[in-house]
Ligand binder design. Structure first.
Ligand SMILES: CC(C)(COP(=O)(O)OP(=O)(O)OC[C@H]1O[C@@H](n2cnc3c(N)ncnc32)[C@H](O)[C@@H]1OP(=O)(O)O)[C@@H](O)C(=O)NCCC(=O)NCCS
Length: 160
């Protein structure tokens, strides 16, 4: 049975050099050379800490393909901390931010990554086919429509 560990997730400022270094180090530890290091000064970034140590990260940027949408561009958990649903927790935190931004949906993609794809399913994403697919022939594209706090109230309020 896996041990129960406590994690704390915090939104961080990727424009801060020290934070960008921490994000870059986590990126190296989780993606190795499999993906280019993104520009951490764009979008929103989070770190997950176990005690004082950063052990996972995630980021979302405005989508360049879909209007008024976020593109969930990176998530990585160091191997020692796999299996504690940190991707899912980071995605939930990211979606709260996307809603506050007023974005109508979040899109993302996975390529040959069953663990990550299962987390998109757990988080309520659906596969879709973008008008202009931007990655590889075997890439799966994911999207989740978001209902902002304001519009969900107005949608559900009824005059009786
Ligand atoms: C994808 C990733 C973020 C998932 O991490 P996570 O949130 O800890 O994963 P989960 O908690 O959902 O793990 C579910 C199960 O898969 C296992 N698992 C997690 N990542 C795994 C991996 N890369 N390879 C094999 N098994 C993995 C977990 O140990 C757990 O097993 P259990 O059910 O037997 O306990 C993590 O694997 C990672 O950082 N991978 C490298 C970077 C990457 O691929 N990012 C996503 C790009 S789309």
């Amino acid at each position: 049975m896996s041990q129960i560990l406590t994690y704390r997730i915090r939104e961080v400022d990727g424009r801060d050099d020290e934070i960008a270094d921490v994000l870059a180090e986590l990126h190296r530890l989780t993606f190795f050379s499999g993906a280019s290091i993104p520009a951490f000064d764009r979008g929103h970034w989070w770190l997950a800490f176990h005690e004082a140590a950063p052990v996972a990260f995630a980021g979302v940027i405005p989508s360049t393909h879909i209007r008024n949408a976020g593109y969930f561009c990176r998530v990585g958990v160091v191997q020692r901390h796999w299996g504690h649903r940190l991707q899912l927790r980071l995605m939930r935190t990211m979606e709260a931010r996307a809603r506050r931004n007023g974005w109508s949906c979040v899109v993302s993609d996975t390529t040959g990554n069953v663990v990550s794809a299962n987390n998109f399913i757990r988080a309520g994403y659906r596969m879709y086919r973008p008008a202009c697919p931007w990655a590889f022939p075997d890439t799966l594209y994911w999207q989740k429509r978001l209902i902002s706090g304001a519009s969900s109230h107005s949608t559900h309020s009824k005059r009786r």
